[in-house]
Ligand binder design. Structure first.
Ligand code: ADP
Ligand code: MG
Length: 238
């Protein structure tokens, strides 16, 4: 079964067609990377999957359920952003548990889920700290932890590594793939970085001007790019 299904999804801002009739399927358990130049519509497409942006046209389903008209909370997703937007006055534990608390989960369950996510992310010792006392990489992990405690079946990432330095980026890339495997979730990961796309994606969707230029495995895109744009963007010799 496909975890995420988009049928002729479009987005218009005023008179600008930002996403033009995109149809795609993302398989259950897949790590799918949306890649494309800045302004190609990656974030807009991801935000529509999240329900943070309404589609101007088309239908969208998650886990076999039509979610086109459902708000983010009613979709089985969690999103990790580029800017971590942690609450400075709260501890790491409070930041991670805040959404669950708002949703009315019992305190013991919130604690248990926060602790278990913190263990997986190596954050246990940082739980009492405030965000200001954390490094960039640690803040990024807290942002992932905040998404994990919701135990979604789909994770959406919008350029989560762009605020990290190169060495840390490589490390966290591996950690994200590892978490994806251990949690057995479906992930949609937005980046403008070709190397990131090629090394992380089970499948890559190349966007340009709001259209899908090509979708395929890294090997398919590299060996059989559909056109010059994909070849140039992916850096294949064709
Ligand atoms: P990407 O994430 O690939 O860089 P975006 O999805 O952020 O691209 O943006 C795609 C296009 O849509 C850009 O031209 C951007 O200016 C435009 N856009 C994005 N959000 C809005 C908005 N809220 N209002 C008007 N235009 C927008
Ligand atoms: Mg973007």
């Amino acid at each position: 079964m496909s975890a995420i299904h988009l049928h002729n999804v479009a987005k218009r801002f005023g008179s600008a067609d930002v996403i033009r009739n995109v149809s795609m399927d993302i398989a259950d358990g897949e790590f799918c990377v949306l890649v494309g130049p800045s302004g190609s519509g990656k974030s807009t497409l991801l935000r529509m999957i999240a329900g943070l942006e309404a589609a101007s046209a088309g239908r969208l389903s998650i886990g076999g359920r039509d979610v086109t008209d459902l708000p983010p909370k009613a979709r089985d997703i969690a999103m990790v952003f580029q800017s971590y937007a942690l609450y400075p006055q709260m501890t790491v534990a409070e930041n991670m548990g805040f959404g669950l608390k708002l949703a009315g989960k019992p305190k013991a369950e919130v604690e248990q889920r926060v602790n278990s996510a913190a263990d997986m992310l190596g954050l246990r010792h940082l739980l009492p700290r405030k965000p200001a006392a954390l490094s960039g990489g640690q803040r990024q992990r807290v942002a992932m932890g905040r998404a994990m405690v919701r135990e979604p079946s789909v994770f959406l990432f919008d350029e989560p590594l762009s605020n990290l330095d190169a060495a840390l980026r490589a490390q966290v890339r591996g950690e994200i793939r590892d978490l994806h495997r251990r949690l057995a979730t479906t992930s949609v990961y937005v980046t403008h970085d070709q190397v990131e796309a090629m090394t992380m994606g089970d499948r890559i969707v190349v966007l340009r001007d709001g259209r899908v230029e090509q979708a395929g495995t890294p090997v398919e895109l590299y060996e059989r790019p559909a056109n010059r744009f994909v070849a140039g963007f992916i850096g294949s010799p064709a």
